[in-house]
Design a protein around this ligand. Structure first.
Ligand SMILES: NC(=O)c1ccc[n+]([C@@H]2O[C@H](COP(=O)([O-])OP(=O)(O)OC[C@H]3O[C@@H](n4cnc5c(N)ncnc54)[C@H](O)[C@@H]3O)[C@@H](O)[C@H]2O)c1
Ligand SMILES: [Zn+2]
Length: 376
């Protein structure tokens, strides 16, 4: 039966990759999961769901209901919620669980949750039997616009974040916009940091909508939040398709992250959310962009950096702990794995909606950026 006019869902964004590995990012209810599995050529009866102890009680029933009716046999594992679960120990635990259940090369692994579950389950899928089909069911803004798209999977190591992992693309992503309604406010705002990042580096029209619709976004107006999340995800889709293995422009997604990772590390993991650290990092990165464009910057930033700064300010970045020195932060940046042999690389804005990589950045410009991020 043809769909009534106006009711056809917009086509999913497609991550175009060589070797027949294209995959879709669907924004659809979880109830549609069985259809999407079938359309992606995935077959049962068994499916493994990895989730966390917060998301499981909220959405596992919906996944079971969607799959049970279609003849799938669902096995689920919930890890503790939070970054600490992105560990070698939890990864090994997922492997033990899956291998004990008995999996074959066709058994799909479904990652139901935020970026932590996506990175952990993704790495388990990449490594089990040299690769089981992976499906992301992202339930946070960060996961829907960023971590579920692009194939970076992995866990943390005592030496640093994300140091053990693999590029492993999912077979598809199914992001249910309704799941964002249960996110705690702090997590919603953290996710909006990545949305602001995507807008600032690549989508001036999205910047404009964020400026206009910010209050509705914070109120989780479904239409506004849904459209913003789709558009921010589209930025990631485009960047990944152009540069799967981060040899070029994919690095632009690290805007605010060279500073942000240092903040995260020095504040102590868990003290700030990733998004809060990135928001602070973007404040510094916008200042650095202005310095590189127009020399020394004191006081108010010149256009167009003032506009980028005002958008970042809406994220209400937390104050940087006064006990953490600028030197410690700069040292922490040196250990960030994104450094190159030529020195630290920073992503800077040329304009609102346009970014580039900067190398050989003068130390005084970095110091000035830290002072700005501190509100000095
Ligand atoms: N792979 C990538 O390309 C990539 C990109 C960006 C971030 N990341 C990683 O993602 C992680 C951060 O992701 P995150 O912010 O989603 O973290 P997260 O997975 O820890 O989720 C944040 C919190 O929200 C809870 N939660 C998730 N969905 C919920 C929902 N719908 N309702 C209520 N509570 C919910 C979780 O239980 C958790 O406590 C970091 O580890 C980061 O390194 C990876
Ligand atoms: Zn990030």
């Amino acid at each position: 039966m043809p769909a009534p006019p106006g009711s056809t869902p917009p086509p999913a964004a497609v991550v175009a990759l060589p070797g027949g590995r294209d995959y879709a990012v669907h924004f659809d209810p979880l109830a549609e999961l069985a259809r999407h599995l079938r359309e992606a050529g995935l077959r049962g009866p068994r499916a493994l769901v990895v989730t966390d102890e917060t998301v499981g009680p909220l959405y596992l029933d919906a996944v079971r209901a969607a799959l049970g009716g279609a003849g799938w046999d669902v096995e689920a594992l919930a890890v503790p919620a939070g970054e600490a679960s992105k560990s070698v120990g939890q990864w090994s635990g997922v492997l033990d669980w899956a291998l004990r259940l008995g999996v074959d090369r066709q058994t799909p692994v479904l990652a139901l949750g935020g970026g932590v579950v996506g990175d952990l389950a993704g790495f388990a899928a990449a490594t089990l039997l040299r690769g089981l089909p992976l499906v992301h069911l992202p339930t946070t803004v960060i996961a829907q616009v960023d971590s579920a798209i692009g194939g970076k999977t992995g866990v943390n190591h005592a030496t640093g974040k994300n140091l053990v992992g693999a590029f492993y693309q999912p077979r598809f992503v199914l992001a249910d916009p309704a799941t964002l309604q249960t996110l705690p406010d702090r997590e919603l705002r953290s996710g909006l940091a990545e949305v602001v990042k995507h807008a600032l580096i690549a989508d001036a029209a999205l910047v404009e909508r964020l400026e206009r619709d910010w209050d509705q976004l914070l109120d989780r107006d479904e239409a506004v939040l849904g459209r913003v999340v789709r558009d921010a995800a589209a930025v990631k889709v485009g960047v990944v398709a152009a540069d799967e293995f981060e040899t070029g422009d994919r690095a632009l997604l690290n805007f605010g992250h060279t500073f942000g990772h240092a903040v995260e590390r020095e504040a102590g993991y868990g003290a700030l959310t990733h998004g809060e650290a990135v928001a602070l990092g973007m404040r510094a990165a916008v200042h650095l962009s202005a310095s590189l464009a127009s020399g020394r910057v004191a006081g108010v930033l010149p256009a167009p950096f003032d506009r980028a700064d005002a958008l970042v300010a809406r994220l209400a970045p937390p104050a940087l702990d006064a006990a953490v020195s600028d030197d410690a932060l700069t040292d922490a940046m040196q250990t960030d794995k994104k450094r190159t042999s030529r020195g630290l690389r920073f992503v800077v804005l040329d304009d609102v909606g346009r970014a580039r990589l900067a190398e050989d950045v003068p130390a005084d410009a970095i110091a000035a950026a830290w002072r700005y991020a501190r509100g000095e």
